[in-house]
Design a protein around this ligand. Structure first.
Ligand code: ZN
Length: 136
């Protein structure tokens, strides 16, 4: 087994944005000499998330609307006295900061309707995510 550490830079353009990173991650996977194993995609930021779901425009808007309904942007949060982005932290906690998935034959083993997304929750910003690839 071998382990590789890579990173992916993402520049977001909106406060809340779902960025499909499936192709970027597959490109990175092709740069290492492994055919099968596990890949972990980890966001090193407390106001963003990594999710796997369907890339369908209405669904992505539904997710954004649901986040606003569950965790409204302006709700008098305690953390807002420090830097005014408590909703982004709480949304990030609900969605999670990483995903791990298998890869086979140098391809992510995603289902037909699954894509990998970086979720910006307090943009626009320059972000860096960490990708760890383990396998043979
Ligand atoms: Zn904060």
């Amino acid at each position: 087994m071998q382990v590789f550490s890579k990173s992916l830079d993402i520049n977001t353009s909106k406060r809340v944005e779902m960025v499909d990173i499936t192709e970027d991650v597959e490109k990175i996977l092709k740069t290492v000499s492994l055919s099968h194993g596990i890949i972990n995609i980890f966001s090193r930021h407390s106001t963003s998330a990594i999710i796997i779901n369907e890339h369908e425009t209405n669904l992505l808007q539904d997710l954004e609307d649901t986040l606003e309904a569950l965790v409204p942007e302006n709700e008098g949060y305690g953390h807002n006295t420090i830097d005014n982005n408590a909703d982004a932290h709480v949304r990030a906690i609900l969605l999670g900061s990483s995903q791990s998935l298998p890869f086979e034959n140098v391809k992510l083993d995603l289902g037909t309707w699954q894509s990998l997304f970086f979720v910006e929750l307090d943009g626009p910003r320059a972000r860096k995510i960490k990708i760890t690839i383990m396998g043979d």
